[in-house]
Design a protein around this ligand. Sequence first.
Ligand code: S3P
Length: 437
Amino acid sequence: MKILHTNLRTGLTGELAVPGDKSISHRGVILGAISRGTTELTHFLLSEDCLSTIRAFQDMGVAIERRDDHVLVHGAGLNGLNQPRLPLNMGNSGTTTRLLLGLLSRQDFTTELIGDASLSRRPMRRVTEPLTQSGSAFKVSARGTLPITVCGRPQSAPIHYRLPVASAQVKSALILAALQADGVSTIVEKQPTRNHTELMLRAFGAEIEQRGLEIKVSGRPELVGRSLKIPGDLSSAAFFITAATLVRGSEIRLANVGLNPTRTGFLDILRRMGGDVTVLNRSDDGEPAGDLLVRHAGLHAVSLSSQDIPGAIDELPLIALLATQAEGITVIHGAEELRVKETDRIAVVTEELRKLGASVTELPDGMTIQGPTPLSPRETHVVDTHGDHRIGMMLGVAALLSRHELRLRGEDAVAVSYPEFFSDLDQLLSAGRPVRP
Ligand code: S3P
């Protein structure tokens, strides 16, 4: 169990470059593998999830070299993947699983995908059903979860599908299948979700058109490898943005963080709550990015509904934490997707924040949070990741506000997306200045 930082006497200060974006790192390997030539990825995220993607493609015969956060993918082309000898182990990674279900459904070999206990509870029919409708075949358990056998077969039929859920993973799975069709496929989103697959595929040479919620993908493109500098992950930066907002005396700068508008919902919500975040040094090298200057700020409650959710989906546990310190009642609706993440994040956030005395009520599709409340352990000094990386890091930030000792059970989970999280937090705390009373 990890002893968390509590009873702070200083704010967070200094500058940090958070590791590379997880969604873009996964896609860099996948698109590099199915392109011709070499793809060079710098500032690649070396976390367990992204290593699952690298290993899966190595198991399918793709040569991938790695030196620190520098990755070279020697592309095999869309028809150059080999049948793996053993089942592909997806670990904890929903993104790897769903994107590979789409890609492998139209390859000419059979593959079995397996995963850890948490991933093996997550719904996969949202991907296998639309692909089955367009001619693919899977062996899926009655529960619709991993393990799944992908009975890959090349097919030329384009895909036409209207997504019933707002999910970039499902959308991307369908796009990767559509690349292997003859002619143009049409995918219509329920709501806009992160568009890294579309942006990156275009940069690799694919023809993808977007009009409103409709995406048109032309089949059988000539994909060519390229160099990509991956920006810092806003979803990782969000933990420090939350910490600096909540802890008095804080002022931090986070360098070169990805600011793709389909991902910046957290910053928009934080500003609506009164947060103080300034973007400096904007750049756009295919993916917008910039430095973020974050200062401590007093907050007020906010009401969120379904249109606020996809752009901040992974940051909602942090919005809940921020709301415990905001004046008034924060209401989050339309967030039922949180129930099928690495854990049921509505249930787990409610349970863990309540251990610290927060006033959180679970709703079927979200939460209400009455703030502000002091956060300190009540009956137990142990909080729990429940095996979920983002819950672990959220609790590491919540602990900063506690006056009493707190321990974290299951801290290893953070390695799924941010292995250096606790040492990076230490760095911002050790540069700290005294907290003003
Ligand atoms: C991701 C999409 C989101 C997000 C996940 C990463 C991606 O999942 O929660 O962490 O890289 O496409 P959904 O598509 O299930 O919403």
